[in-house]
Design a protein around this ligand. Structure first.
Ligand code: FAD
Length: 558
C-alpha cells in the first residue's frame, strides 16, 4: 500500500526484518505515518507518478511543525508550547532556540561530569539555554582514546583512565553503537536524540531502521562533530580531568574538586565552583559511588543482569540483513538456599552479528567483557550476551550487604573470571554444548573474536549453582526455538557483569535533583535511570530541560 502513496503524504517511521518461523517467508516490515489531510488535499497527478512509488527511506527532515524538543518541554512545562525545531536547528547550527528567545541576564555555571551520551545531551540542552557549561571528563578525547585502546588490544597495556569505559563518548564509543531502546522507538524523545545524531553525521537510516546500528567507526567522527558543536556553543570541555569530590555547603553542592587524570601534570588538583552539578559518570566509576557515600548520600542497590557472552561463527549470509536474534526465558524460583519467590529472567542481550568480544576491565585484576562492531559488521562471528537477572537476594547470599552490595557482587565474579583465565586479560571459555554437559571443553575450542586470548575452563565453577541452572534451563528452551543454539561451534565467554547499573541514586522525578543533596543531578546509566546509549541520551536531555527550568531559564510565556 505504501508504494502506491505519494512520498509527501507518508513518512517511514521504522523498517525491520521479520524472519520468524511463523512467517511463510522472511519479509521487511515498515511502520509508516500517513498524513491523511495532506493526502486528501493532493491533486491526483502530483502523486500518482511511477517514479514516486518507491518508499523514500532516510529522507526524514525536521519540519517546523515537529517541535520535537518542544514536546519535551511541554512535558516539563505543563503543556505550555515552545516554538522550537529540534535540539539543533537546520544545517546543524544552534537554532533560534530558547536561549536566544529568552536571554539570560547572568550566566549560570553548571558542571556536567562525564561525556557519555547522558552528559553530552545534558550539555547540549543546557548550552542551548545559554548556560555556562563545563564538561568534565576523566578520560581522553576520541583521537587519544583510540590509541590507548589500540595499545590495550594489541599490547595488553591498560590505561586506567582511558579505555573501553572511560573517555569521550563514554562506554558506548567503542561499542556496537546499537541504538535500540525499550523506551518507545517512535517517541518524541527518542526521535529527537536520533535526529540530533543524524545532524552530527549518523546515517539517516537510523531514523527508520527497526534495529538501528552505527558501529564504532561512525561514532568517532560523530563525537568529534558533537564536541565541535558544544565548543561553538561555548562549552568548556576538560578532558583528562577527574572529579574526586563534591564541595558541599549546607546540604547543597556548590562545586567539585578535580584532579589531573591524564598523567600530563597540566595541574594536580583544584576546586571549581558551580551553581549545579550534573553527575553522568556511568556505572564503571565505582570510586564515585564511594565518594557519594562519604557525603551520606542515599544509594539503593538494584536488580541488574550479568551474563556470559556467547560468540559463534556465522555460517554465511544472503541478501537479508546480518543475522540477528532475541530470545527470552523466565525461570521460576530456585531451590538452592536462596528463597526466590519471583521469576528470574534469562535473555539474549546486545546480539551483534559481525562484531567482536572486547575487554572492558578498568583494572587488570578484574575481567569484564562486552561486544563491539564496526558499521559493516563484517567479522565472521556473531556475539550476544546471555544475561540472567540478579537481585539483592543474590548479593546477600554471598554475604554482600549495604548500598554497594551489587558492585561487590560484580567485582567478585570479575575477579573469579580473571583468575580462571590465568591473568593478562585471558578470558575463560566453554562451548555451549560442554556447558550444558558440565564438561571442560577440549583443547581444540572453536575460534573466538576476542583478541587477547581465551582459555578452556568449566564455567560452572564461575557462577553460583542457581545461576548456572537458570542458564542451562534457558539455553535448552532457546535451542527449541532456534535449533542449533546448543552447539560446539558456539563459545561462552565469562563474564559480562556490567549490562546495567547495580545502584540507583534517588532523585526527584520532576526536578531530577538528588533527594540527598541539593544542586546535584544524577543522570544516565550510573545513576540507574538508563540502560543503553539512547536511553542515557534521553535521560541526559530531560535532565538538561529540568535543570534549565530550575535555573529559571524558562519564561512564563513559553
Ligand atoms: P557512560 O557512557 O558510561 O559515560 C560516563 C562517562 O563519565 C565516561 O566517559 C567516564 O569516563 C566519565 N566519568 C566517570 N567518572 C568520572 C569522574 N569521576 N570524573 C570525570 N568523568 C568521569 N549500549 C547500547 O545502547 N548499544 C550498544 O551497542 C552498546 N554497546 C556497548 C559496548 C560496550 C563495549 C560497552 C562498554 C557498553 C555498551 N553499551 C551499549 C552500553 C552503553 O555504552 C551505556 O549504556 C551508555 O554509554 C551509558 O551512558 P552514560 O552517559 O550514562 O554513561
Amino acid at each position: 500500500v505504501a508504494s502506491m502513496l505519494p512520498p509527501e503524504a507518508f513518512t517511514v517511521l521504522r523498517k525491520s526484518f521479520d524472519a520468524r518461523k511463523s512467517q511463510k517467508e522472511p519479509k521487511f516490515v515498515y511502520t509508516v505515518e500517513l498524513d491523511v489531510d495532506k493526502l486528501l488535499n493532493m491533486e491526483p497527478r502530483t502523486w500518482d507518478f511511477i517514479s514516486r512509488l518507491e518508499p523514500k527511506i532516510g529522507l526524514i527532515e525536521h519540519t517546523p511543525h515537529e517541535r520535537v524538543v518542544g514536546d519535551l518541554v511541554n512535558i516539563i512545562h505543563d503543556n505550555k508550547k515552545l516554538s522550537h525545531d529540534g535540539l539543533l536547528g537546520e544545517n546543524g547550527h544552534c537554532s533560534s532556540s530558547s536561549s536566544n528567545k529568552h536571554p539570560v541576564s547572568k550566566k549560570q555555571k553548571v558542571a556536567v561530569v562525564g561525556s557519555g551520551p547522558a552528559g553530552l545531551f545534558a550539555s547540549l540542552v543546557l548550552a542551548e539555554f545559554g548556560v555556562d557549561v563545563t564538561l568534565i571528563e576523566r578520560g581522553q578525547p576520541v583521537e587519544k582514546r583510540g590509541r590507548d585502546i589500540g595499545a590495550l588490544v594489541v599490547r595488553k597495556i591498560l590505561q586506567a583512565e582511558s579505555n573501553f569505559c572511560f573517555g569521550e563518548g563514554g562506554a558506548g564509543t567503542w561499542s556496537d553503537g546499537k541504538l535500540v531502546t525499550r523506551i518507545g522507538r517512535n517517541s518524541g524523545s527518542v526521535l529527537s536524540v536520533m535526529k540530533t545524531l543524524v545532524r552530527f553525521g549518523a546515517p539517516e537510516s537510523i531514523l527508520i531502521d527497526g534495529k538501528p546500528h552505527l558501529g564504532t567507526d561512525r561514532l568517532i567522527p560523530l563525537l568529534r562533530n558533537f564536541r565541535q558543536h558544544l565548543q561553538d556553543l561555548g562549552v568548556n570541555i576538560r578532558f583528562g580531568t577527574r572529579v574526586d569530590d563534591l564541595i558541599v555547603e549546607n546540604g547543597h553542592v556548590v562545586g567539585v574538586h578535580v584532579s589531573d587524570s591524564s598523567g600530563s601534570s597540566q595541574f594536580s588538583s583544584e576546586n571549581l565552583g558551580f551553581d549545579a552539578v550534573v553527575l553522568a559518570v556511568g556505572h564503571s566509576a565505582r570510586d564515585v559511588y564511594q565518594m557519594l557515600l562519604s557525603h551520606n548520600m542515599e544509594l539503593i542497590p538494584k536488580d541488574f543482569a550479568y551474563s556470559k557472552l556467547a560468540n559463534e561463527v556465522l555460517n554465511g549470509r544472503g541478501k537479508v540483513p546480518v543475522a540477528d536474534y532475541k530470545v527470552v526465558e523466565y525461570v521460576q524460583g530456585d531451590d538452592n538456599n536462596v528463597p526466590f519467590t519471583s521469576q528470574r529472567s534469562c535473555y539474549s542481550f546486545c546480539m551483534c552479528p559481525g562484531g567482536q568480544v572486547v575487554v572492558t576491565s578498568i583494572n587488570p585484576s578484574e575481567l569484564c567483557i562486552n561486544g563491539m562492531s564496526f558499521s559493516r559488521r563484517a567479522s565472521k562471528w556473531a556475539n550476544a550476551a546471555l544475561a540472567v537477572t540478579v537481585s539483592p537476594k543474590d548479593f546477600s547470599a554471598l554475604n554482600f550487604h549495604g548500598p554497594l552490595a551489587g558492585v561487590e557482587f560484580q567485582r567478585e565474579f570479575e575477579q573469579r573470571a580473571a583468575t580462571m583465565g590465568g591473568g593478562n586479560f585471558v578470558v575463560p571459555v566453554q562451548t555451549v554444548q560442554d556447558f550444558m554437559n558440565n564438561k571442560l571443553s577440549a583443547t581444540t575450542i572453536p575460534s573466538s573474536s576476542y583478541r587477547l586470548g581465551v582459555k578452556a575452563a568449566n564455567l560452572h565453577e564461575l557462577f553460583p549453582v542457581h545461576i548456572t541452572q537458570a542458564l542451562q534451563h534457558s539455553i535448552s528452551t532457546f535451542d527449541q526455538e532456534l535449533p542449533g543454539f546448543i552447539s560446539n561451534n558456539a563459545l561462552l565467554h565469562g563474564v559480562e557483569t556490567r549490562t546495567s547499573s547495580p545502584v540507583q541514586i534517588p532523585r526527584n522525578p520532576d526536578t531530577f535533583e538528588s533527594t540527598s543533596l541539593g544542586g546535584l543531578y544524577p543522570v544516565g546509566e550510573g545513576a540507574g535511570y538508563a540502560g543503553g546509549i539512547v536511553s542515557a541520551a534521553v535521560d541526559g536531555m530531560y535532565a538538561g530541560f529540568a535543570l534549565a527550568k530550575r535555573l529559571d531559564l524558562y519564561e512564563d510565556d513559553i
